[in-house]
Design a protein around this ligand. Structure first.
Ligand code: PBG
Length: 325
């Protein structure tokens, strides 16, 4: 018997489309990255990230309260370290009174409900702009891991809810978990940048923090974008080592990886819609070549449909406003 299937029936009105939509974005899906700089009253636009700003702590607090009011539940902190404080070992990253530690405390005081996540890697603190300690031409793994564990502990003591190691050194997740446990910081979580690729799409971010590598590139620690199986290997190891949330980064060019990771683990998966992805939409919108609002919602919905439970995006506030109407 012939069965008539008319798929357009479920597309014929906004109401029916809303009823059968499989993926619905909400502000709580978003993690808002914040760039923090020293000083007071500072709000500097990042040249390659139009409408995105580096802010001093005071302005950051206003921003965090606005994000919270829009329904965003988490922020991811990055700090711009002054040049004179940079060295090879990330000494300033461990300063209990450093900009990161002060920012964490100020945000938790001003907006206690907000989940504060912190970037853990040496690049903003490194004279070489590398995520780890440099010896000769090498980024050395194990000495870096020791610093990353201490850095995570320092963020936890300052009040961070979740530390987010973005460095791609081997063995750092278990080292961080152990450091937290040994120091009674058992409530601090770890969001592991598990499948982080060596990507050109980080370019604008490195402008924002003045953290571009001074020599070479990051290909000896970040993953080769030719690889898919390796992403699963990295992710499974991070889960074994104690990651509470795993991440795929970047997002739009890596939707296949997001889906495969989502299908391979039982922890929440986040995806980082990175600076270059933001810049591409901004630039096209500025030229009048794309409708920015539509491009933002379509991009973020696609990342969620691919399997991301959480999305770190510079469009968090913009998208939350669009969603809230
Ligand atoms: C550094 C770090 C980078 C990003 C997050 N943490 C840059 C890099 O690895 O060079 C990129 C974020 C973005 O491009 O939005 N550990």
């Amino acid at each position: 018997m012939y069965q008539i299937r008319r798929n357009r029936i479920l597309r014929q009105s906004p109401a029916i489309r809303a009823m059968v939509a499989e993926t619905i974005l909400k502000p709580a899906d978003f993690i808002a990255p914040l760039f923090i700089t020293e000083g007071k009253g500072i709000r500097e636009e990042i040249a390659s990230m139009k409408d995105y700003y580096r802010m001093s702590i005071d302005n950051t607090l206003t921003e965090v309260k606005e994000l919270w009011a829009l329904g965003i539940k988490s922020v991811l902190l990055f700090i711009k370290c002054n040049d004179e404080l940079k060295d090879n070992k990330g000494t300033e990253a461990l300063n209990p009174d450093g900009l990161m530690q002060r920012s964490i405390k100020a945000i938790k005081d001003a907006c206690p409900g907000m989940v504060v996540m912190t970037d853990v890697a040496l690049d903003p603190f490194s004279i070489y702009g590398h995520d780890g300690i440099v010896e000769g031409n090498e980024i050395v793994n194990d000495p870096t891991v020791e610093v990353l564990a201490l850095m995570s502990l320092s963020h936890a003591i300052a009040g961070a809810d979740i530390v987010a190691p973005s460095d791609m050194m081997d063995g750092r997740i278990i080292a961080i978990r152990e450091a937290l446990e040994e120091n009674s910081m058992s409530r601090t979580g770890i969001m592991a940048y598990s499948a982080k690729y060596a990507s050109c799409f980080y370019g604008p971010f490195r402008d924002a923090l003045d953290s571009a590598p001074g020599f070479g590139d990051k290909k000896t620690y970040q993953m080769d974008y030719a690889n898919r199986r390796e992403a699963i290997k990295e992710t499974l190891m991070d889960v074994d080592e104690g990651a509470d949330i795993v991440m795929v980064k970047p997002a739009m060019a890596y939707l296949d990886i997001i889906r495969e990771v989502r299908d391979s683990v039982e922890v929440p998966v986040s995806a980082y819609h990175v600076s270059g992805e933001y810049a591409m939409i901004k630039a096209a919108a500025q030229m009048g070549w794309l409708d920015e609002n539509k491009a933002v919602i379509e991009s973020l919905t696609s990342i969620k449909r691919a399997g991301a439970d959480l999305i770190a995006t510079y469009y968090a506030k913009h998208a939350a406003k669009l969603i809230n109407g």
